[in-house]
Design a protein around this ligand. Sequence first.
Ligand SMILES: [Zn+2]
Length: 272
Amino acid sequence: MRSLIFVAILGSSAFAEPMVSVSPTSVHPGDAVLVTVTGAKAQPHGKAGGRPLVFFAAKDGFQAVFATPLKVDEDHVLVEVTDGAKPVSVPIMAKTFPETKVVVEEEMANPDKEDGVKIDADNAAVEKSYAQAVGAPQFTRFRRPLGAVTSTFGEWRTFNDGHRAQHLGLDLGAHEGARVGAVDAGTVALVRDTFLMGNIVVIAHGAGISSLYFHLSKVTVAEGDVVKQGERIGLAGHTGRTTGPHVHLSIHVDGGMVDPLSFLKLALAPQR
Ligand SMILES: [Zn+2]
């Protein structure tokens, strides 16, 4: 009798229209956004701001994460999911990011041509590593690393009154040599000694999500290693363009870099 009731409930939900929910319901440029689809008969397909969404099986349907672009002309992002669900319009609220002045060694502020070539190669290697984040989620619920926030995502920095660049991560206070743990389980996609970012680690978590750690004094994992949440990946330091030891955390999702603090708020619930 009990199994009959169960079948009847499943049967009725299979005819319901898929429901789309988006979190948060309004965003700033650079925010991470979670799309949850319930009541879909099969893996849904969809788009956010015209870009395809990559869905993964979640505890309660399907989920996808996307980045609100940092440079955006529109005042909303339209989330469209096929199979009859209603599109959802997510308002984008303007945000003025803080401006700061940073003094670093001259070669870091205004790299010469040779260093410029290194920087381009470093950026290309990081960009390429994101491809390893496709596939099934390896993560559970991301956890913020320890350390007080010393600099936020999106801040504009002018180096030695010259070159201006936007800070695409979160800086957390850490002592030289402090343990740095993975924000969630994944596979080490890249280990590299870079010019501006110093010693870096990129972890691929699946579902298009990567976490990046910069300025490490030492890296204690190798490319291809599978790491658990909180597992040590290296030690904090001040390699690359820094003014002192700290941990720089960046999160990359489908569509670009996102504010790690906005990403860490998302109720990701992959099916395990
Ligand atoms: Zn930083």
